[in-house]
Design a protein around this ligand. Structure first.
Ligand SMILES: NC(=O)C1=CN([C@@H]2O[C@H](COP(=O)(O)OP(=O)(O)OC[C@H]3O[C@@H](n4cnc5c(N)ncnc54)[C@H](O)[C@@H]3O)[C@@H](O)[C@H]2O)C=CC1
Ligand SMILES: Nc1nc(O)c(N)c(N[C@@H]2O[C@H](COP(=O)(O)O)[C@@H](O)[C@H]2O)n1
Length: 222
């Protein structure tokens, strides 16, 4: 499975403010680029932190572009949600597009049941946290070849830590959000040994709106 992480950050590298409320960092041209990326994907993944903060629906994508890349249907929405905290009335569970929740064994069975009742597929992988490698194997066996990840920082750090990221694109917008506690694209524990730093290879730089899109591929980890 090919995994592409995309996000928008401020000029000082933040995904949002310290209040973790959704901030519109991208402009219209970048949102159109994101809609094309979604159209190229079989599934779009976010962490439950993003669901709780932003309540994304993840239903928008570029339908014309999807036809040109010969993908059928609509992208499946996926939430990494160890404890099944996704609210049953979350926008990501509404509408016709399918939703898969990746949970772990500590997720209370009644919450898992409720998510199934409102139409989600639930995959349990991992003891106290989603085992992303196992969960991705399950997604792949259900037909997901191209997975787009839209954040947030806790989830993306874990993906880098597990060596699961192939491509990273960041839209860097022309604003400063600041805040030592504001989320960045790779939070979690952070890396400390230089041998473990994921290394990137810069593939492209493009000016869009009043910002810039940086595209990297992730080099093979030793
Ligand atoms: N500017 C942008 O492009 C975007 C900004 N955001 C912002 O990011 C913030 C949310 O990000 P975070 O709080 O970091 O939450 P997150 O979206 O990364 O979700 C973290 C949660 O994912 C779950 N999870 C399950 N398995 C996991 C694993 N193996 N590793 C890590 N997490 C796992 C856990 O329950 C964890 O609490 C919000 O402020 C949101 O507005 C989110 C997406 C895009
Ligand atoms: N690409 C991008 N630019 C921004 O400025 C953003 N704030 C975000 N945020 C993420 O986009 C998703 C919104 O989904 P909907 O289509 O509105 O349902 C969600 O994952 C946000 O956190 N992205």
């Amino acid at each position: 499975m090919y995994v592409h992480v995309n996000a928008a950050v401020s000029a000082d590298g933040k995904l949002s403010t310290r209040r973790r409320e959704q901030v519109r960092i991208s402009g219209d041209e970048d949102f159109a680029r994101v809609d094309r990326l979604r159209a190229e994907s079989d599934a779009v993944l976010v962490g439950v932190g993003t669901v709780l903060a932003d309540d994304p629906s993840l239903v928008r994508f570029d339908r014309e572009h999807r036809e040109t890349v010969e993908k059928s249907g609509v992208p499946t929405r996926v939430v990494a949600d160890s404890r099944a905290r996704t609210p049953p009335d979350a926008a990501i569970l509404a509408g016709d597009a399918p939703t898969t929740v990746l949970a772990s064994e500590v997720a209370p069975s009644e919450r898992v049941e409720t998510l199934r009742e409102v139409g989600a597929s639930v995959v349990v992988a991992g003891e106290d946290r989603v085992d992303l490698t196992r969960a991705f194997d399950e997604l792949e066996s259900s037909g997901v070849e191209d997975l787009m990840v839209e954040g947030g920082g806790e989830l993306v750090f874990s993906l880098f830590e597990a060596g699961l990221v192939d491509d990273l694109t960041l839209y860097v917008g022309s604003l400063v959000l600041g805040g030592r506690d504001a989320p960045t694209i790779a939070d979690g524990e952070g890396f400390v040994d230089r041998e473990t730093f994921p290394r990137l290879s810069l593939d492209g730089v493009e000016r869009l709106d009043d910002g810039v899109v940086l595209g990297w591929s992730v080099e093979e980890q030793a």
